[in-house]
Design a protein around this ligand. Sequence first.
Ligand SMILES: *Cc1c(COP(=O)(O)O)cnc(C)c1O
Length: 237
Amino acid sequence: MTEIAENLEHVRAEIAEAAKKSGRSLDDIELVAISKTHEAEKVRAAFDAGQQLFGESRIQEARAKIPLLPSALRWHFVGRLQKNKIRHALPLFELFHSVDSLALARDMNRIADEEGLHPRVLLEVNVAGEGSKIGFSPDVLRAEMEALLELPRLTIEGLMTIPPLAAEAEASRRYFVALRELRDQFAAQFQMALPQLSMGMSGDFAVAIEEGATLVRVGTAIFGKRTPVRLRAENLE
Ligand SMILES: *Cc1c(COP(=O)(O)O)cnc(C)c1O
C-alpha cells in the first residue's frame, strides 16, 4: 500500500469515528483531498486508493494538473479567485468554496451568464473577525445576503470558514459552532436549506465533523507537507 493510500485510510477512519461519536451519517460528510502544490502523480495515487474529490487553490496550477488526470476526478476550488481567472475557473470546478465578497459573486454571476454556466458556491465567512483574514465578516454577510441570493446564475449551497491557526483542534470548535449558527440563521430567515458547511482541515477536521461539517478539506494529512510557496517556480512567473 502506498503512503498516500495509508494516509487516506487513517483520515477516513477518523472521519468515521467523529461521525459515529456525534451520531451523524457518513453519507452527509465528504472528504475533499486538497492537492494544491502536489504533482499529478500523487493525486493519481489518491484516486487509485478510492478518492475522487479533490480541491485546488490556484487556477494556473489546476489548469495544468487537471488535464493530466482521469476525467472521473471531481474538483472543488478552495482558494482566492481573482477576477481575471474566473472565466478559466468556472468550467473546471463543480463547487467554489471561497466566494468572499459581493463584488466577486457579481463578477462570477456575469461571466457565468456569458458562458451559459450555473456555478455552485459557498460563501467564505471570517467568523473570528481577524483584520487580515479574507472572507465576509458575519455582519457584512447579513447585510449582503439578500443581494447575493438575487444573483440568478449562482447556487449558494452553504458557508465555509478557515479558523485562526491554532495548536489545538479544540480551539477551532467555537468558530465551527459560529459558522453553523450563522447558517441556521440564514436558513430560517431566507427559508432555504444551505446544506453545506465546509470546515475542518488536517488539524481539526474531527472537531468540525462533530459540529456539523459536510465538507472537510484535508491536505497535509493525506499528501504530506507542502513545499513552501515562495520556493515554487509557478510563483515566480
Ligand atoms: C491548503 C488548504 C487546506 C488544507 O490544509 P491542510 O492543513 O494541509 O489540511 C484546506 N482549506 C484551504 C482553504 C486550504 O487552502
